[in-house]
Ligand binder design. Structure first.
Ligand code: ADP
Length: 562
């Protein structure tokens, strides 16, 4: 029997209509590429999104066409988040931090009709053009006064807006239609496109606004640090419109000196980003404690994209007074998969014990199912110890990649392999051991590079740490710890190993420690383990070197501390 409920479709246009009507005066504050900070609100955001939707129609964009963006977190980019899917097209946010060949690949693969770009990417566009098969319209996201020379055939964002009125009815269509297209960062092979729907986006937003999700509400002011080009800024623009939260957009500047004043001046209560960004902000605050005047309003910080070290959670609490919520997910899961909130039984625990819980990768909220299986596909027990291959399924989990890349990705049960190795404990909390390609296989057992990194970063001298597995004649692989030391601090390898020996099993201890000035990061700010493995491919562990042979010069070259 068919139900008698209204068949209203879950469309992204309904989010901005709702926000404009019910939270119209709520501010959207944006740093702009031109310099000044701009204050707008949901009502104006809707008006301008409508005008942009009409402009896109005039430019020939039709239902299902792709519209690309190469842009930072600004009000204009957020307008595209509503204008493009609202009129039925698909927003492809291109990550400008990818290698140039990957950017070319993504733009060519997505076949956009219109490509928007920020002023800061004018040179990049000039460099890319010879290799682009793109024949559509280029739009520079500024006004005529700021349009750079030499881009005569590009249109201006503000000209397009000015030419339109705001009378418009958003088109109605099925919620299962595509709304946006984000490419994975392609650590192996070419980037693959994850194609989200209006329905998956709205269901994901409901989750973000739920109490056991990210608890986002109209009482929040969001400092949106995670880029709009990284998995739809983890869905925050849409969830913020759903609940009417104030949004602060930092533009191209994601460093400590730029973020701290925004946190302070805008009284942000909520923020979200990868661990590297938080580490940068905390380091800046520790170096300039005099700038931390008055109490911050910050209540919740969401950390995701890679494991949140316990020490980071502690520092966020101590320095910023913020509670950390760790989330696990991937482009393929929109990205929220599991979210680290406390259960009732944890409320009576000490702060330290609560931080232990928060250091796990979170538990599934309704909508995402997770399962851990062994090499033969058998489900492993939820005992917090049995680590295996992590699988996910749910209505905001990908069923395949754009244009069929990567072939069939779901198994017979509708599960997607995540490529992560994880365990699940009795309470359902997930612990990510590693990405399967990063886990260190030592004598038939697994060593978690993530656990070692998190332990190392707990040492007061360590700014950043990475662990990779390198070949070993007896154990197959052994861990190498690569460390960036905080400025002006001196520490020896033996100090770090002694510290680690109090944190992890003896057989997990890295065989060597190397000090470097910086570690390679991916386009989304994560440790780039593949590059690090390449960098150290000729490294020979001290224990493996012939006794009489002199020390290798490349080892000494990287040993600039300790
Ligand atoms: P990429 O890093 O390739 O751009 P994603 O952003 O989709 O792609 O990254 C997803 C991966 O990030 C996950 O498969 C997992 O390995 C890692 N990750 C995300 N969140 C966490 C977390 N809280 N703890 C550990 N690893 C995480």
């Amino acid at each position: 029997m068919h139900a008698l409920m209204q068949d209203r479709q879950l469309l992204i246009s309904t989010l901005i209509d709702h926000a404009a009507l019910n939270h119209g005066e709520v501010e959207i504050v944006s740093r702009t590429c031109e310099g000044p900070t701009l204050r707008t609100n949901y009502q104006t955001l809707r008006q301008r999104s409508v005008k942009m939707a009409k402009a896109l129609l005039r430019l020939g964009v039709r239902h299902g066409d792709r519209v690309g963006s190469l842009a930072w977190n600004t009000h204009r980019h957020m307008e595209l988040y509503f204008a493009v899917p609202g009129m039925g097209a698909v927003l492809n946010t291109v990550n400008p931090r990818l290698y140039q060949e990957q950017i070319e690949y993504v733009i060519n693969h997505a076949e956009a009709k219109v490509l928007f770009f920020d002023l800061t990417f004018a040179d990049l566009i000039r460099a890319l053009r010879p290799a682009l098969t793109f024949t559509g319209t280029l739009v520079v996201m500024t006004d005529r006064a700021h349009k750079p020379a030499g881009l005569d055939d590009c249109l201006c964002y503000e000209d397009l807006i000015e030419a339109e009125t705001d009378e418009f009815e958003w088109p109605l269509f099925e919620e299962t239609q595509a709304s946006s297209l984000c490419y994975t960062s392609g650590t192996t092979g070419n980037p693959k496109g994850v194609l989200y729907s209006h329905r998956s986006t709205l269901l994901h937003s409901f989750n973000t606004c739920s109490m056991d999700g990210l608890q986002l509400s109209c009482r929040d002011c969001v400092l949106l640090i995670v880029p709009l080009f990284h998995v739809n800024a983890w869905g925050l623009p849409y969830a913020s419109a759903m609940c009417g939260a104030k949004v602060v957009l930092p533009g191209p500047w994601l460093d400590g000196p730029s973020l701290l004043p925004l946190l302070q001046q805008e009284r942000c209560t909520f923020s979200i980003g990868v661990p590297t960004v938080w580490l940068g902000l905390l380091q800046f605050i520790e170096e300039h404690p005099q700038l931390l005047t008055g109490e911050l309003a910050l209540e919740r910080v969401v950390i995701g994209g890679s494991a949140a070290p316990r020490a980071l959670i502690e520092r966020l609490h101590r320095l910023l007074g913020a509670t950390s919520i760790q989330a696990w997910g991937m482009s393929e899961t929109s990205p929220m998969g599991t979210i680290g909130n406390l259960l009732p039984k944890h409320l009576a625990l000490s702060l330290d014990e609560q931080i232990d819980v928060r250091a796990k990768a979170g538990r599934p909220v309704y909508g995402v199912e997770v399962q851990v299986v062994d090499d033969l596909g058998r489900t492993l027990p939820r005992d917090g110890k049995s680590a295996g291959h992590l699988k996910v399924r749910g209505p905001w989990v990908a069923s395949g990649y754009y244009k069929g890349d990567g072939g069939q990705v779901m198994d017979a049960g509708g599960w997607l392999q995540t490529g992560d190795v994880a365990s699940i404990d009795e309470d359902g909390y997930l612990q990510i051991t590693d990405r399967s390609k990063d886990v260190i296989k030592s004598g038939g057992e697994w060593i978690s590079s993530i656990d070692l990194e998190n332990a190392a970063i707990g040492h007061p001298a360590v700014q950043e740490a990475a662990v990779i597995g390198l070949p070993h004649s007896r154990w197959q692989e052994r861990p190498l710890l690569v460390v960036v030391v905080k400025p002006g601090v001196d520490v020896q390898a033996c100090d770090l190993l002694a510290f680690l020996s109090t944190q992890v099993a003896k057989w997990w201890l890295p065989d060597d420690v190397v000090f470097v000035d910086q570690l390679p990061h991916t386009a989304t700010g994560k440790l780039q383990k593949a590059r690090l493995r390449e960098q150290f491919k000729d490294f020979v562990f001290t224990s493996e070197r012939p006794q009489a042979a002199p020390q290798r010069s490349d080892v000494n070259a990287t040993t600039n501390h300790g």
